[in-house]
Ligand binder design. Structure first.
Ligand SMILES: Cc1cc2nc3c(=O)[nH]c(=O)nc-3n(C[C@H](O)[C@H](O)[C@H](O)COP(=O)(O)OP(=O)(O)OC[C@H]3O[C@@H](n4cnc5c(N)ncnc54)[C@H](O)[C@@H]3O)c2cc1C
Length: 436
């Protein structure tokens, strides 16, 4: 679609064919421009981070980078603009061999947490929507089944999820409980042979098409949190796509309604009996989310680096201007620091020393630094910085939901703040006093 000439205002080509959306004719933008569909080579690895990775981590990084650049870059703008998921690309994503990440057995790759994180960044470098699709499927749905499921559930569900022949989603957030997710109200009531789920979920990625929905609900008797595996098409289950998002537009986020949805006892996750039980899942997923801003920033830097050499103003490439060089260097510095934070987080996890505060600081700080990177990138591309075809505008928008999901910047800061001060400040002081 990129580069096709569209002549009519309604998106019709000269021969009258309707092409969906009017595409940018890049030769009109400026003749030397290379669109992000032809992805630039990676030039952000200034401090030679490959030296920090073992052979397995280096080789999967290289493999994922090559596949995503070849298979996802050419289609991403079109699908992002249409706000549709590119289902035909699922076999390509399956060929990355990353679903299940650190899970061993059941057809999963059993990667190190560092390898898993680095691949997440490599997918996000090209397209953040695809990385979020993989993250929800793998680091939330699959990891919950692996860590909190029974052996029978692991054997039943993980192999096809690992191949992407079935797809997963993970439902915690509700319309009235976002940051305050542990207060969720969806109920699980005991019924003969199983449970009835009633309530609502919001923002659930992949939920409009997922075969396997991992759902967190409050046990009506114990009032504790329990986990359930709900199958696509269960009577009483309805997922509706949330429209008009400005970021991660390919990701299909849904509002879910549960009306007396029956879940057989064999699909209750025996390892989820309180909110604490999902903290081991969130520990892994938060590391993965901390690596998404690293990948997004790397991609934006790579595109800007090429663009500044291709475009000339005042008789010189944009790369020759001091102000532009300072911005590029600031972006590069942020990326080096973000990578080191992400890498250290993985090492802390691997050695069993990572705390919730460590993971939250990594997620919060990396997403804050990345906001500066994408914003500088947007400036550097001038007017073309608002066109999705040059990646930067798309990445700029995609970072916003990442800044807010998996705990907002503020909530993650408060998790770390509680850890370093010993004082929880999630509830306003007046409210906390009133409840004393
Ligand atoms: C694109 C996208 C994908 C998502 N995918 C999923 C998914 O797959 N599964 C899932 O379960 N959820 C998902 N979420 C939900 C996500 O985790 C929540 O949006 C997030 O936790 C924030 O909740 P909220 O949007 O309700 O914001 P709110 O909780 O309403 O917060 C609004 C603002 O108030 C601030 N705030 C709230 N409480 C405090 C406090 N105590 N102190 C200081 N500031 C505070 C917040 O930081 C924020 O700035 C997704 C969200 C998005 C946008």
């Amino acid at each position: 679609m990129v580069g096709k000439r569209v002549t009519a205002a309604d998106g019709r080509e000269e021969d009258g064919t309707k092409v969906g959306l009017p595409a940018l004719d890049l030769s009109l933008a400026f003749p030397q421009a290379t669109p992000a569909s032809i992805f630039p080579r990676s030039v952000s690895d200034y401090y030679q981070f490959d030296d920090l990775l073992n052979n397995e981590e280096q080789s999967i990084r290289k493999k994922v980078r090559a596949i995503v650049e070849k298979e996802i870059a050419p289609i991403m703008t079109e699908y992002w603009e249409k706000a549709e998921f590119p289902f035909h690309a699922i076999p390509k994503l399956a060929s990355l061999g990353v679903a299940g990440g650190t899970i061993k057995g059941y057809g999963c790759p059993g990667l190190s947490i560092t390898a898993s994180a680095v691949t997440m960044a490599e997918i996000a470098r090209v397209d953040a929507s695809c990385s979020t699709f993989v993250l929800v499927h793998s680091s939330l749905a699959m990891v919950t089944i692996a860590l909190c499921g029974s052996e029978a559930q692991r054997q039943k569900y993980l192999p096809s999820l690992a191949q992407f022949t079935t797809l997963g989603c993970w439902a915690l957030t509700e319309p009235d409980y976002g940051s305050d997710a542990s207060s969720l109200r969806t109920t699980a009531t005991k019924a003969p042979g199983g449970w009835h789920l009633d309530g609502q979920k919001r923002w659930i990625g992949n939920s409009t098409f997922a075969d396997v929905l991992v759902v967190l609900a409050r046990n009506a008797d114990t009032k504790q949190l329990n986990g359930f595996i709900v199958r696509k098409g269960a009577p009483g289950l309805k997922a509706t796509k949330i429209e008009n998002k400005i970021g991660l537009r390919m990701v299909q986020n849904g509002d879910i309604i549960f009306k007396k949805v029956f879940v057989p006892e064999e699909d209750r996750l025996p390892g989820v009996n309180s909110f604490q039980d999902i903290s081991k899942v969130l520990a892994i997923s938060r590391i993965m989310v901390a690596w998404q801003p690293i990948g997004i920033s790397m991609g934006v830097f790579d595109v800007c680096h090429r663009y500044l050499k291709e475009r000339k103003q005042f008789g010189a490439p944009l790369a020759a201007f001091q102000l532009n060089q300072e911005k590029l260097v600031r972006m590069l510095g942020n990326i080096q620091a973000m990578f080191l934070v992400g890498w250290r987080l993985c090492k802390l996890y691997e050695s069993g020393k990572m705390t919730p505060g460590h993971a939250s600081l990594g997620k919060a700080w990396n997403s804050r630094m990345a906001r500066e990177v994408v914003s500088l990138g947007r400036e550097l591309l001038g007017g073309n910085g608002i066109l999705a075809d040059f990646l930067v505008a798309k990445a700029f928008c995609d970072l916003e939901p990442i800044y807010s999901y998996e705990g907002t910047y503020d909530i993650n800061s408060l998790v770390t703040g509680r850890e370093i001060t010993g004082i929880a400040s999630f509830k306003p002081a007046a409210l906390a006093r009133a409840r004393l």
